[in-house]
Design a protein around this ligand. Structure first.
Ligand SMILES: Cc1cc2nc3c(=O)[nH]c(=O)nc-3n(C[C@H](O)[C@H](O)[C@H](O)COP(=O)(O)OP(=O)(O)OC[C@H]3O[C@@H](n4cnc5c(N)ncnc54)[C@H](O)[C@@H]3O)c2cc1C
Length: 459
């Protein structure tokens, strides 16, 4: 059987649904195909559920610290993991239903369940049907990387997806991977009450960040009782009774740790192995990411790749921005490009890290003459009032153009406050525009003009 459409969207991640709706509203008959859960990673086993669980974990943390605020809880607090999961499930279900209903309720859009595979450059096979269209948009995302480490096939392990089914408290959770996803789960489960060990192969956590950021986050996590094993270069896994043993070739002892559960958080791989890309002649790079140009076109005319699968971003906001770029080019005659956007993201440990633009290491490597400002969160009124004074804020400025190059805000509200820096960068304004702006007291953002008023040369 074959069906004709004007456009086909493969995958319902963070770009596909918005694009399908936009195309449908523009009068183009559009099929959107999903093999599993509508809404993709962010909605079902990424951002939304993890941030919902983090909110429960934070409630537990604040309850344990209640005496610091003069609030007396007479009995030890207790976490009901089944209720924690039920709350998460309800919030996820709401989002999943929202996207599903949005797609189903839009004229000209047909939501099809099944696994899509290219049959040719203008045709996609789903179940027993071949769909044809002149324009095809790939938004298939990625999945957890399962490393080729000795013993991994002999032990039970969890990934971000299977973690979503956990409604009990692991006695001792070993997290392999000390980066964004691993650290969020590590702190969350520690706050729920598990023993947690983070195992990282590199000499420091989140190696993409500046060293000072890595070590501050390590100290924050260790202060909550999370064990961190760095330099774990030779990892192996084996069963130990009902649990899992992970051997490490670390400088630190012990060389083997035994936990009740193992979570793999070692990066993501694109879902391109089972998409029949060769049938359409679509090029990927060595790691399987689809190659795209600055407007997200693949090497095959009429085929675009959006979201994590193109390797140009790994976030919900980059995927959604991909949709905006494609829609602007295709429907609005507006030549928006990926290279127009400024890198920005957050790590949602508590306190969070808000990041924008270049790191200090990148600025140094660029050879630019730069100015730097740093302020400890302990000086921020909002942080002191909340008794949450961990972390610091750092901003880097181009000494010649006076434009802001980048910032790292590690501290309470850092994920929100970073947007005032991002917006000034996007406006192309010099840092003085922000330095001279009156901000609201008492907020974290109010200290950013102060920080910019005390810049020193980056030596
Ligand atoms: C634990 C975790 C936490 C995260 N937290 C954040 C966060 O806080 N903030 C943030 O910005 N980002 C976060 N991310 C990243 C974010 O989830 C992704 O960047 C975002 O979902 C964009 O993904 P996407 O649009 O590329 O596709 P995805 O959301 O991955 O969706 C792709 C969809 O395509 C479907 N699919 C795949 N192959 C086929 C096929 N052949 N046929 C049909 N359908 C197919 C999949 O089933 C899936 O539903 C997190 C990720 C994880 C794993």
């Amino acid at each position: 059987m074959s069906e004709n459409y004007d456009a086909i969207v493969i995958g319902t991640g963070q770009a596909g649904p918005a694009l399908a709706v936009r195309l449908g509203k523009a009068g183009r008959r559009t099929a959107i195909i999903e093999r599993k859960l509508v809404g993709g990673t962010c909605v079902n086993n990424g951002c939304i559920p993890t941030k919902t669980l983090i909110a429960s974990a934070r409630a537990a943390h604040v309850a344990r610290r209640s005496a610091d605020f003069g609030v007396v809880i007479d009995a030890p607090i207790r976490i009901d993991m089944a209720r924690v999961k039920a709350r998460k499930d309800a919030i996820v279900a709401q989002s999943n239903a929202g996207v599903t209903n949005w797609l189903k309720g839009t004229p000209n859009v047909t939501l099809i369940e099944g696994h899509a595979r290219f049959d040719g450059p203008q045709s996609v096979r789903v179940n027993d049907t071949v769909l044809e269209a002149q324009e095809i948009f790939i938004n298939v995302g990625g999945r957890a990387n399962v490393p080729d480490m000795p013993g991994i096939d002999d032990v039970p392990y969890l990934t971000n997806s299977s973690m979503m089914g956990v409604d009990f408290l692991p006695e001792h959770l070993i997290v392999i991977g000390g980066s964004y996803i691993g650290l969020e789960f590590a702190q969350m489960y520690r706050r729920f009450g598990s023993r947690v060990t983070v195992v990282e192969m590199a000499p420091r956590l989140i190696a993409r960040e500046d060293e000072e950021v890595s070590s501050a986050i390590k100290a924050i996590l260790e202060a909550e009782g999370i064990a961190i094993r760095l330099n774990a270069e030779c990892l192996t896994a084996a069963r130990r009774g009902n649990g899992v043993a992970v051997t490490l070739s670390c400088e630190q002892e012990p060389r083997e740790i035994v936990g009740s559960h193992l979570l793999l958080a070692i990066g993501r791989v694109p879902n391109t192995h089972d998409l029949g890309l060769d049938k359409a002649g679509i090029r990927t790079d060595a790691r399987g990411f689809i190659e795209v140009d600055d407007q997200l076109r693949t090497n095959v005319p009429g085929i675009w790749a959006l979201g994590d699968v193109n390797g140009r971003g790994a976030f919900t906001h980059t995927s959604y921005n991909d949709y905006e770029i494609v829609a602007a080019n295709l429907l609005d005659g507006d030549a928006r490009r990926v290279s127009d956007r400024i890198t920005t993201y957050a790590l949602f440990v508590d306190p969070p890290l808000g990041r924008v633009g270049m790191t200090e290491r990148e600025v140094r490597a660029s050879g630019k003459k730069a100015l730097v400002g740093k302020l400890m969160m302990a000086r921020v009124g909002r942080a002191r009032e909340r008794s949450e004074t961990q972390g610091f804020m750092q901003v880097l400025v181009d000494a010649e153009s006076k434009r802001i190059l980048g910032a790292a805000l590690l501290g309470t509200e850092g994920d929100e406050a970073v947007h005032c820096i991002l917006d000034v960068m996007a406006a192309g304004a010099p840092y003085m525009a922000l330095q001279r702006t009156m901000h609201i007291h008492p907020t974290v953002s109010e200290l950013i003009p102060t920080l910019l008023g005390d810049l020193k040369p980056l030596d």
